[in-house]
Design a protein around this ligand. Structure first.
Ligand SMILES: [Fe+2]
Length: 257
């Protein structure tokens, strides 16, 4: 049968929406409650909607009963402190799964390449229903930071780098594309991340805000790109070696037992 997807995301897996005038809003993301939750770097998360309305960030499939990233439950204490962020997440009218603000400490392009990952938004998602994609609304004004998107984790060809000033709004099929942010700093980056179900509501929202599947690429010096790529290869190899060594040690321990 297949999933219901957005035609707008078919070509590149993402669209950049019209910029939002973030400067007019209070900094609601500084008032809400954060949780230590490590994901792709030195991060904390403040959920607005979670599996059962608790201030926690676990995937919905890790709860009982397990379910896909849909039907998130709004957390009253957080929504009260962040009504504008909540309204923005609800604006498309599409089903919302997880909705949270990420706080990311500064990192480097090499860190970002090592952090590249695909999300698991559609685990347990029933065939024939809407494919879950994610909105990223940059809240802090991170003019020199950028989001990196790749079709393949280790292949730099065709890499997309999208600028992250305050008000930048991206919609990404994060299960398809490898993604992570390069955040220059010096202050933490804040971004509202919402899981939305694809369908006519989301399509209308993409159209209303002129979803563009071909963002202007942020320019980065070739030597920085090359050094980042080399460092990613080095870290992946080091990690594989560490895992292999641990496997050997565990095997040895088991054979001694
Ligand atoms: Fe992700």
């Amino acid at each position: 049968m297949g999933y219901i997807t957005s035609a707008a995301l078919e070509e590149t897996g993402y669209v950049v929406l019209d910029s939002y005038n973030q400067e007019l809003d209070p900094k609601e993301w500084l008032d809400i409650e954060y949780n230590d939750w490590k994901s792709s770097g030195d991060t904390r998360f403040a959920p607005l909607a979670s599996a059962f309305g608790e201030i926690e960030c676990n995937g919905f499939w890790n709860h009982v009963p397990p379910r896909t990233d849909k039907d998130g439950v709004w957390i009253p204490s957080q929504v009260e402190k962040a009504p504008i962020l909540t309204r923005r997440a609800q604006e498309p009218g599409a089903n919302v799964g997880r909705c949270r603000v990420i706080e990311l400490q500064p990192n480097t392009y090499a860190d970002c390449l090592y952090n590249l990952h695909q999300d698991d938004n559609n685990r347990l998602n029933p065939d024939g229903t809407g494919w879950v994609v994610r909105g990223f609304f940059n809240l802090s004004d991170d003019k020199d930071s950028f989001f990196v998107l790749r079709d393949n984790r280790t292949d730099p060809s065709g890499e997309t780098r999208i600028a992250l000033p305050a008000g930048a709004q991206l919609l990404i099929d994060t299960q398809r594309l490898w993604h992570a942010a390069t955040h220059v700093g010096p202050d933490p980056r804040y971004c509202l991340i919402t899981s939305w179900t694809s369908g006519p509501e989301l399509d209308a929202y993409i159209e209303k805000y002129h979803g563009n599947p071909h963002a202007q690429n942020v320019e980065v010096a070739q030597d920085v790109l090359d050094a980042g790529q080399a460092e990613q290869s080095r870290r992946i190899a080091a990690r594989a070696a560490a895992l292999a060594a641990r496997g050997r040690i565990e095997q040895a321990a088991m054979s001694e037992a």
